[in-house]
Design a protein around this ligand. Structure first.
Ligand code: ATP
Length: 419
């Protein structure tokens, strides 16, 4: 039996808010590989890690590449290291690239490490110790924080995945307004959704494929299939040069960051969870436009937030009533508030208690404490203090999911069109 051996390459922390993108660096490496007859054994991977990681630039993404481990693998290593040295944003304090080379099969402990990098915080020393223990060749630039994400990027199993097509700009256009024909983006969305998704936020008239940073990316389209990406790319028109493009296999939009919590008390700060709870109070909006309410269960309670950037989602949240039972998905942030990404209605409290209706048809009013009700119209009185149950119409629907708009969605959040 012939055993095929692979070289796994992990790269992270090469960019800064002022420029670059680790995916662009990867696409440059892939081009150099092609020039030298080095082929990838699978799609390059873009792996999103812990959304709460302290030092992230934007979406906490690392990249991994897999090639045959043959007589060209030393050349491949040289190409990777020289591109990282050439293109990383070393001037930024917060850019600390890390590169990993790993020969062989990904082991169970590496897979576990990768999930820890999504759920928890890992220190550089810890990542280095772990990487060495499993036989990774480690290259740290400056502090080398990128090794944390690089090891995870090669190790994460993708039981669910999507693809992202990224097109890249010509260097002289970096930082200038992107010349994307928005009409063609609307057309692309209408022709390819839901095979592609997250293209446009219709509620905000926001073109989500266009980054807002000065990075080399011209636009990025997300999809379940590579075929849909090719179609989408043929529809989107731009008025500036596209110097390159690359399709990444990714854990974006898979909910891989979400852990099932058995109850509210078991959730920890900076973790992302799915948990069931009963709405305790009516959602209220505070200055700044953030909306909050509590959910509770037998173990405790937690404040849930729908923040201002979630825009119209807050209107939906405002329809929740005490007694509703919901399943919420999201993460516990800095303020210890559960930041909602989406929720499902499990039970709706559609009962309200009102004063009884008099024989004459008018709703009665209280006759005073423990004195029953009286009718202002006909003077009728009843002794009982008991209000009557009235069924009310609800805007929200049982079983239905409600999600934040595209413009406010995390890279890892699974949109409803994928559920
Ligand atoms: P972009 O999305 O543009 O690629 P980014 O948001 O991915 O940028 P990076 O520049 O990659 O940001 O920085 C993220 C840093 O956090 C990296 O050094 C990475 O190794 C590290 N990191 C990733 N996951 C964790 C984790 N679970 N704990 C601690 N550090 C982490």
């Amino acid at each position: 039996m012939i055993i095929i051996k692979y070289l796994h390459i992990g790269i992270d922390d090469t960019d800064s808010p002022d420029g670059m993108c680790t995916t662009y660096l990867a696409s440059q490496i892939i081009n150099k590989f092609k020039d030298n007859g080095i082929e990838l054994a699978d799609y390059p991977r873009l792996i999103r890690l812990n959304p709460f990681a302290r030092f992230k630039t934007r979406g906490n993404g690392g990249v991994s590449l897999k090639i045959l481990n043959d007589d060209k693998s030393n050349l491949a290593r040289k190409i990777v290291l020289s591109e990282v040295e050439k293109l990383s944003m070393f001037d930024c304090d917060n850019t600390n690239p890390g590169v990993i080379f790993y020969e062989g099969e990904i082991t169970e402990e590496m897979r576990e490490y990768a999930f820890r990098a999504i759920y928890e915080f890992i220190e550089i020393d810890e990542a280095e110790k772990f990487g060495k223990s499993v036989g990774c060749e480690i290259h740290k630039f400056k502090k080398g924080r990128g090794i944390i994400g690089s090891i995870a990027a090669i190790s994460l199993p993708l039981s669910d995945y999507t693809f992202e097509l990224l097109t890249y700009r010509s260097a002289e256009n970096y930082g200038t307004k992107r010349q994307i024909d928005y009409e063609s983006v609307y057309l692309m969305d209408s022709e390819t959704f839901p095979d592609t998704f997250e293209n446009i936020d219709y509620s905000e008239d926001y073109i989500a494929i266009e980054p807002k940073t000065p990075c080399p990316v011209l636009y990025g389209i997300r999809s379940n299939t590579v075929e849909a990406l090719e179609v989408a790319k043929s529809i989107v028109k731009v008025n500036e040069p596209v110097v390159d493009y690359c399709i990444f296999k990714t854990n974006q939009h898979t909910d891989m960051h979400i852990q099932k919590a058995s109850d509210i008390a078991s959730m920890k700060q900076f973790g992302c969870y799915e948990v069931v709870g009963e709405v305790k109070n009516k959602p209220t909006i505070i200055d700044g436009g953030h909306m909050f309410f509590y959910i509770k269960d037998e173990s405790g309670e937690i404040e849930c937030g729908a923040y201002e950037p979630t825009k119209n989602f807050r209107k939906i949240v405002s329809h929740l009533r005490p007694g509703d039972v919901i399943r919420v998905f999201g993460g516990i942030g800095e303020q210890n508030t559960f930041n909602i990404e989406k929720f499902q209605i499990l039970e709706l409290n559609d009962v309200e208690y009102k004063n009884p209706i008099c024989k004459c048809g008018k709703r009665m009013t209280s006759a005073g404490k423990n004195k029953g009700f009286k009718c202002k119209k006909c003077g009728n009185k009843i002794e009982s203090d008991e209000k009557v149950q009235v069924k009310i119409d609800r805007f929200l629907e049982t079983s239905k999911f409600y999600e934040t708009p595209v413009s406010a969605r995390r890279h890892l959040s699974k949109p409803l069109c994928r559920m």
